[in-house]
Design a protein around this ligand. Structure first.
Ligand SMILES: [Zn+2]
Length: 327
């Protein structure tokens, strides 16, 4: 019986043999297999349409049916696609109190802050952190200092109008290899998430740049630490025990970016983070309100790695998170 994880691998391998439109369709379906709500094999066994699965049209539905009928040998998962959790594997018992990474129309997202708040409330959250990109990241429509200030006003008025719910003021700052960030003034922010966005394909050990980032006193959370992307980029290497050890020592958090094709950190690194004792922040990296449910993938990774609840920021209140970031 083929799992969705194996189907994804077969799709990605077949994509390598094809070209143009068909190749793109195969790659897309491989990526989408991460969030299919049920095992495709089960749909097939129950004679239900496979075309209810995202990325699967008539042609790929026939291909999957052939595979289920006569299961091919599935090669070992390529490292580019290894250690991703698929939606149908979810089994954790947890509920987050809030989400700590998302983007809005202010940068490269597609919803207003108020729309993110509505969806967050419908998920039972007490807070969200708005982490639009900052100035240095031009491709993501990064915010200047002036626009960050204008956004702060909008957040303030939303917070006034939404008792019992808190929009935390944050940012996804861009980290330079020397650990500096592209936001001039972070004084008035509730917390600062910072990420590397360049030189993400280097194969040499990158421990030094992680340590520089963690030692920047303005950085609270190291976001999508490895920079890996499913079927696209492996992610950076470092002496993770050392990196997480320094994070614990400096009271910083490392992130689980829940976006399905990121899932960064993964379970193996999270086990090292657990041993080091640093805080974990979980953020969906949602670029639209309907993506806030990606939270489940991050909770699953933390749960599988055995991270104690008191180390996970998303199980704290908004006030506790503010206090943690301020110290
Ligand atoms: Zn980013």
């Amino acid at each position: 019986m083929l799992t969705n994880c194996q189907v994804g691998e077969l799709l990605a391998r077949k994509a390598e043999l094809e070209k143009d439109h068909f190749q793109r369709a195969l790659k897309k379906a491989a990526r989408r297999s991460l969030t299919w709500p049920v095992e495709a094999h089960r749909l097939w066994a129950e004679a239900q349409s496979l075309q209810s699965l995202e990325g699967i049209g008539p042609v790929l539905s026939g291909l999957l049916a052939d595979w289920f009928e006569n299961p091919p040998l599935v090669p070992q998962v390529d490292p580019l696609r290894a250690n991703f959790i698929t939606w149908s594997m979810l089994s954790h018992p947890w509920r987050a109190r809030g989400d700590l990474q998302m983007h809005t129309l202010w940068s490269d997202g597609s919803n207003q802050i108020a729309e993110m708040v509505d969806t967050a409330r419908s998920r039972g959250y007490e807070y969200i952190a708005i982490t639009d990109h900052a100035g240095g990241l031009k491709i993501a429509n990064g915010l200047s200092q002036e626009r960050l200030a204008a956004q702060a006003e909008e957040i303030q008025s939303i917070n006034h109008g939404a008792p019992g719910f808190t929009v935390l003021r944050s940012v996804e700052a861009n980290l330079s290899p020397d650990g500096s960030i592209d936001v001039e003034d972070t004084q008035a922010m509730d917390l600062v998430l910072a990420c590397f966005h360049s030189q993400l394909r280097l194969r040499e050990d990158q421990t030094d740049r992680y340590l520089s980032a963690l030692r920047n006193p303005r950085v609270n959370i190291l976001g999508h630490p490895r920079g890996r992307i499913y079927n696209f980029r492996l992610g950076l290497q470092a002496d993770w025990e050392r990196v997480f050890g320094v994070a614990a020592e400096l009271n910083k958090a490392v992130e689980i970016d829940c976006f399905p094709d990121r899932q960064d950190l993964d379970v193996a690194r999270l086990e090292l983070a657990r041993q080091a004792g640093c805080h974990i922040s979980i953020g969906t990296d949602a670029h639209a309100a309907h993506q806030l449910h990606f939270m489940e993938l991050g909770l699953e990774a933390a749960w599988r790695a055995g991270i104690p609840e008191h180390r996970i920021l998303n199980f704290k209140s908004a006030q506790e998170i503010r206090a943690w970031a301020a110290q």
